[in-house]
Write a protein that binds this ligand. Structure first.
Ligand code: UD1
Ligand code: CA
Length: 458
């Protein structure tokens, strides 16, 4: 098999985004645009992957620090896509095989299309193979000009004649090139055009003049090759990605009541027979089990939800775990390694932070449990809070199996409520409660007879 080298262009400013953030770092379905491109490139198992950076180079490089095996070249100044590819010559000179050129701003390309591109390119022995599409609205794209069946050249919108602008076959900006002779041909590109840039698509005319074969692969799913140059295009492609993710989940047995408002990131998994109500966001590396019901307004980020879990409206769950058969909400907040065990119940306006909440335990209303370990079958009354922060550090609260904490209790950590112990309502617990004991810290109640009547007289 011939070797494959990938180059991703990401040096441009992205002027039309009107953003301080480099264009390729804008997020689609939870990931920067360029992460989508690198993921699809990785499916080719290339021998090398070079990213061309320039505008805000340091920031882009830093954002890609988590990707193994990338090389970077800095294109400075940015004189166009042809010039961008030329800057990779020191890394690729002498390489043989196929160079696959991807744009950092075309995020929805599929691995299948890329494989078709490479296979066809190698099979035809072409000097270049261009991925094209026939679109309803070709504005903004380079147009594919053919003579007969054969591609003759590509003309950019700004340089096109009115007749050429009518052409609806567009350049996706994705190509395969035969490496031998590529950089010599690139040096033949001139910047004599409306934008005074070195256009990579001009290579097509150069190869044709040399009598070399140039081929095309035309995709039918136009959304796949949609380039992102503006916020509106970002929104359109995001919608498309969402739509496809929802379709894949539904095909795998998930009920999604309104796919248009299901905001589910690419890497999220959801088990069969789970029901997702409108306006739910499942983000990052979130995994939801089977037979769950996720109600409207819920946002789950980087969290794992077991099977048969019910999450009522407007819960926010980040970096946490919820085990089988638990129920949450409405309006519960789980964060920072909260772990709700099997069959437990977390009710409305309850916040859990770095807390293990044992199987079968209940906190039905208005509580804050931070840095706590709560055992099994514990009852946490309304208005209970852990005072976990002493102004300097966080301290742990331990509530053992079967304990009953009355409403409006403050647990001043570090403190332990023993197995099966009871805490009377309105207590401030500063000392450990032994197993089986009742702790009461609120003062004795005093009633002043006729107080209201006497006050009125004054
Ligand atoms: C380009 C193509 C156009 C095609 C379209 C598809 C050119 C001249 N035109 O236009 O035919 O229809 O993509 O989406 O290639 N970049 C650099 N260095 C530069 C300039 C750009 O790295 O000097 C990078 C950008 O960061 C971007 C990519 O190249 O990731 C494409 O550049 P962009 O300016 O978006 O090109 P388009 O005008 O969309
Ligand atoms: Ca573009």
């Amino acid at each position: 098999m011939e070797s494959i080298h990938v180059v991703v262009l990401a040096a441009g400013k992205g002027t039309r985004m009107k953003s301080a953030r480099p264009k390729v770092l804008h997020r689609l379905a939870g990931l920067p645009l360029i992460d989508h491109v690198l993921a699809v490139a990785a499916a080719l198992r290339p021998q090398s992957t070079v990213v061309v950076i320039g505008h805000e180079a340091a920031r882009v490089r830093e954002a890609l620090a988590g990707h193994a095996g990338l090389s970077f070249v800095v294109q400075e100044p940015q004189l166009g896509t042809g010039h961008a590819l030329l800057t990779t010559e020191p890394l690729l000179a002498g390489a043989s095989g196929t160079l696959v050129l991807l744009s950092g701003d075309v995020p929805l390309l599929t691995a299948e299309t890329l494989q078709t591109l490479v296979d066809q390119h190698v099979a035809t022995g072409a000097a270049a193979t261009v991925v094209t599409a026939i679109v309803d609205d070709p504005r903004g794209y380079g147009r594919i000009v053919r003579s007969g069946e054969q591609i003759a050249h590509i003309v950019e919108e700004k340089d096109a004649t009115p007749a050429e602008r009518e052409i609806r076959e567009i350049n996706s900006g994705i190509y395969a090139f035969a490496l031998p002779g590529l950089f010599d041909a690139l040096r033949g590109i001139a910047a004599e055009n409306a934008q005074h840039e070195y256009y990579l698509p001009d290579l097509i005319a150069i190869f044709r003049k040399q009598g070399r074969h140039v081929d095309t692969v035309t995709v039918t799913n136009v959304g796949e090759i949609q380039g992102i140059n503006s916020r509106a295009e970002l929104a359109a492609s995001s919608r498309q990605a969402r739509h496809e993710k929802a379709a894949a989940l539904m095909a795998a047995g998930v009920t999604i009541e309104d796919p248009a408002t299901a905001y589910i990131d690419r890497d999220v998994t959801v088990g069969a027979d789970t029901i997702i109500h409108p306006n739910v966001s499942l983000e990052g590396s979130t995994h939801v089990g089977r037979g769950c019901e996720i109600h409207s307004g819920v946002r789950i980020v980087n969290s794992t939800i077991g099977d048969n879990v019910v999450v009522l409206n407007h819960c926010v769950i980040t970096d946490s775990r919820v085990r089988d058969g638990a129920s949450l909400g409405p309006f519960a907040h789980l964060r920072n390694a909260a772990d709700v065990r099997n069959g437990a119940h977390i009710g409305n306006f309850v916040e859990l932070k770095k807390t293990v909440f044992g199987a079968g335990s209940k906190a039905g209303h208005l509580a804050y449990l931070g840095d706590a370990v709560v055992g099994e079958k514990v009852n946490i009354g309304a208005g209970t809070i852990t005072c976990n922060y002493d102004g300097e550090k966080k301290n742990q609260t331990t509530i053992e199996d079967g304990a009953f904490v009355g409403s409006d209790t403050q647990l001043v950590a570090p403190v332990t409520v023993g197995k099966g112990a009871y805490v009377g309502s309105g207590s401030t617990i500063r000392e450990d409660v032994p197993a089986g004991a009742l702790a009461v810290s609120a003062g004795k109640q005093r009633n002043i007879a006729d107080w209201v009547k006497n006050r009125k007289k004054k």
